[in-house]
Design a protein around this ligand. Sequence first.
Ligand SMILES: *Cc1c(COP(=O)(O)O)cnc(C)c1O
Length: 392
Amino acid sequence: MDKGRAVEQAQGTTGEGAQAVRRALAAASRAAGALVIVDLAALRRNYRVVKAAARGAECAGVVKADAYGLGLRPVVGALLAEGCRSFFVATLAEARAVRETAPGAAIHVLNGLFPGAAADFLALRAIPVLGGVEEAVEWRRTAGDAPAALQIDTGMNRLGLNAAALAGCAAEPGLLSGLSLALVMSHLACADDPAHPGNRAQRDAFAALAARVPVAPLSLANSGGVFLGDGYHFDMVRSGIALYGGAPHPGVANPMEPVVQIWGRIAQFHQAAPGETVGYGAARRITRPTRIAILSVGYADGYCRALGSRDGHDGACAWFGGRRAPILGRVSMDLAAFDVTDIPERLTRRGGFAELLGPHTGVDELAACAGTISYEVLTNIGRRAERVYVNG
Ligand SMILES: *Cc1c(COP(=O)(O)O)cnc(C)c1O
């Protein structure tokens, strides 16, 4: 696609990011079907917003799952440039990838110490978030006084020592005091809902249980927790989704800037007559002479199958030069169809791009349309999708 056409396709995109989007569309390789645009400057501004809201608590970046699908290296690089020095991942393999980009950072591995893995942690200088007594025993035996984090369960019933397990530790004198604890943490189950009574209950349980373990910096809040207020910040907050533009509290005004856009290449057009159907399962019947744009993007690129339409159910839409086009039928693995009958042809040219996630449809809106959450929309973005980083 030539540059002029990219600019045309981006019409209707307004605001500061519009120029960067135009450049990104123009810079896409000729082979790109699905294009993911990641605004690293917006990511950095979001980090500052979270940091300000955390009011002096350290602000760690949660970059598990390839930085929620955005790409680990560029995201870690941008956060380092903002002064972020602590990162959280889920697995040791992810810690290895962070270590390559951040030689001096503290890297915490949330899923804990798998049996026999202590030497690998030590080689990487990674910090296991010990989630049970057996992990604590193994770490003390094999890693000596290398730093570890300890997870306390305050209601998730997922990872961490609960009140009973902590009481049991009293019977093993020196187990916890023999650890070199860099962090004591817990995780909120309902932080996305500020009105949920579980938040306060978990916070109080955390404060009470943390008093029973050796003194260490404390951390409770994820993105949602940061925006619950001062009582939730302790010494460190752990933010993921807010950095990437997702709403910390879906349903109320989102203080975060959008970071990710998804655009799909227009592969072909199709003219269909009333009574005909579109796509697998013949799920959507056409009721008027219809011009259909076929985008080279499907669920293998992270454009969820749940976004499709069927008779009696409208699905997602795409935006062509800022004009809305409803989806027609099911999303295929590699393709999706949109009704562009009402859109001027100059805005719908073969080879151009249409917006699927961006200024007109935000990540929480797209997630709601698919019956899921922003986290899953972002982490679903397929490896096939071409990523372009702007404002880096
Ligand atoms: C994923 C995760 C986070 C980050 O959560 P967000 O809601 O994305 O900010 C923080 N803490 C733990 C334990 C996590 O698993």
